[in-house]
Design a protein around this ligand. Structure first.
Ligand code: ZN
Ligand code: ZN
Length: 85
């Protein structure tokens, strides 16, 4: 069982916008931007350079509140067991 630190509120990422330097906000899971059925096809959709191999990553969309630049980033999931230790 692995989970995404961001999805579970265990970590936050403050990523500066590469264009204007403002702190980008986590706009949520990339898959939320697709139709429901697409969630099942997610791994094909991610073949745009942000592909997640065998569910090891969770892809989040970050958006800049100032200039509306956005970027998707994959975060490695961690084993739940390791978090417990
Ligand atoms: Zn996540
Ligand atoms: Zn920006």
């Amino acid at each position: 069982m692995s989970l995404c630190m961001l999805c579970n509120g265990l970590a936050t990422v403050e990523k500066p916008c590469p264009k204007c330097g403002a702190i980008m906000i986590d706009a949520g899971l990339l898959q939320d931007y697709y139709d429901n059925y697409s969630a099942y096809l997610g791994r094909d959709i991610y073949e745009d350079g942000y592909r997640c191999h065998s569910g090891l990553c969770c892809v989040h969309l970050f958006a800049c509140p100032r200039c509306h630049y956005d970027v998707s980033l994959g975060f490695k999931r961690v084993e739940k067991e390791k978090l417990m230790n």
